[in-house]
Design a binder for this molecule. Structure first.
Ligand code: ZN
Length: 478
């Protein structure tokens, strides 16, 4: 694929309201849209130039960039978070246009040909022989990605894609339903328009699909500066997070919980910062490795992110009702995409699958060796799974906006001053995260710039009230 490739797209436009009613397309466009679900958050943040509008994720990504390598278990941990792999990266090469055009599928090996030597998907990992694995080689050297019969969705059918990214097989019934939904009675307001979809439009579609209910209109009919400010969308989403917080069952009996010390200001009703160990930081950093499809699965299609939930539902519909999905693997790649091998983390509390590590044959005809994939998070080379990203026995400071730094009293004072909170008004409280709280934190990081306050503040304030009433101060929340 060349980046100058353009796909023609037919739009039906309501010219009075200047909005797209739907796009009529073949499987190429639909597969490009569905590929958004395979993208890990870290890739989305990176390709959108850290302006993803995904709540606190841009700041979280920046924190990883700014954190010195010595605060990670290994130097490659930082690379894993800044350049997380897309496990569907190889099939995605068959797309007519790839949203993540920068990623090349390569593995790394060491220069030696020892019998115990391994390989890694991340550069700079130590080989069992002691050398550093930095020699790139192609990840798939035999067969090539074939998108001729579709990458995820197959067939010669046309589809209609509504402005809010609901995808259905083309039918008069489906288009009439859309006219009705949008209150269009007079056909003379409708006009066919031909547009072209290039790499830039795909990128803008990705961005708008995460914040807007009308990404097709935003990308094809609006001037960029006319588009609603992301800030506005964030505000309207805050109501949702408050309403849905109670939806998840309390998991006070979780076998694993993450303890955290919070400093909050009653005056501004916010958590100013949290003092945390590597377990909380691992949980937060792991968010960057989560593929979008798995996040929507965890949040049960209630992510409140633009209209991306509709894309997820459309995959379910096309698969369950119409059997358009190419295979069960494709279904899973979109609706429950896994983490790449070794990207899982011991301290991570949410249920997200991880691919098994591989053994591959490396070399040429005269010399081939079976090599095992090594875990980049282990300080001593090995194939054991698990481990963590952040260095153990370190105390970190996490601000409400998800700036993660090593704890320093000077930085803490800076954060407090920035919020213009009197230092002597800060209250200290202890909280702990189980699965439910981790899920709320994930959602908050996606849609809010005050993630800690959103998750902890209301219950914390209640607890402080209890303490004033002379009751026992519980160490665990909620
Ligand atoms: Zn080696």
């Amino acid at each position: 694929m060349s980046s100058s490739m353009k796909l023609p797209l037919k739009l039906l436009v309501d010219k009075e309201k200047n909005r797209v009613v739907f796009a009529e397309s073949d499987i190429d466009f639909v597969n490009i849209l569905f590929s958004f679900l395979t993208l890990p958050i870290g890739i989305i943040v990176r390709i959108l130039g850290k302006k993803s509008s995904l709540g606190a994720m841009d700041r979280l990504y920046e924190s990883v960039e700014n954190l010195d390598a010595r605060y990670f278990q290994t130097a490659p941990c930082k690379t894993m978070l800044l350049h997380p792999k897309n496990v569907s990266g190889f099939p995605c090469e068959g797309l007519a246009l790839r949203v993540d055009d920068s990623e090349q599928l390569v593995y790394y090996r060491c220069p030696k040909k020892g019998s115990t030597c391994g390989f890694s998907s991340v550069p700079g990992v130590r080989c069992p022989c002691g050398q550093v694995m930095e020699v790139p080689f192609p990840a798939n050297n035999s067969d090539s990605a074939d998108g001729s019969d579709g990458v995820f969705v197959r067939g010669a059918t046309s589809f209609i894609v509504s402005d809010d990214l609901s995808v259905k097989p083309v039918s008069m019934g489906a288009s009439l339903a859309l006219f009705q939904k949008l209150g269009i009675e007079d056909g003379s307001v409708l006009e066919k328009r031909n547009v072209e979809l290039g790499a830039e439009e795909v990128l803008r579609l990705l961005k708008r699909s995460l914040v807007s209910k009308r990404p097709l209109t935003d990308v094809f009919l609006q001037e960029p500066d006319m588009i609603d400010d992301a800030e506005k969308s964030l505000k309207s989403m805050m109501a949702v997070i408050t309403q849905t917080r109670v939806k998840y069952r309390s998991t006070a009996t979780d076998s694993k919980r993450i303890n955290v010390k919070l400093f909050l200001s009653k005056e501004i009703g916010k958590v100013v910062y949290a003092e945390a160990r590597e377990d909380l930081v691992d949980q937060l950093f792991s968010f960057l490795t989560f593929p979008l499809g798995s996040i929507l699965r965890l949040l049960d299609k209630h992510s409140s992110l633009g209209c991306i939930d509709n894309l997820y539902e459309s995959v379910e519909l096309l698969s369950n009702n119409y059997n358009y999905m190419k295979s069960k693997e494709c279904y899973d790649m979109l609706l429950a995409p896994k983490l790449p091998p070794y990207f899982g983390c011991d301290n991570q509390l949410l249920d997200i699958g991880e691919m098994c590590s591989q053994t591959i044959k490396v070399g040429h005809q005269s010399w081939t060796k079976c090599r095992c994939e090594m875990n980049p998070k282990l300080q001593t080379s090995g194939t054991a799974t698990g481990g963590g990203f952040a260095k153990g026995l370190t105390t970190f400071m996490v601000t409400d906006e998800m700036e993660v730094t090593p704890l320093s009293p000077i930085s803490a004072v800076h954060v407090i001053n920035k919020l213009m909170v009197p230092i002597n008004s800060l209250e200290e409280a202890h909280a702990s995260l189980g699965e439910a709280e981790a899920l709320n934190l994930l959602r908050a990081c996606l849609i809010s710039r005050t993630a800690l306050s959103d998750v902890f503040s209301p219950s914390l304030l209640m607890l402080l009230d209890e303490r004033w009433c002379g009751q026992n101060y519980s160490k665990s929340l909620p």
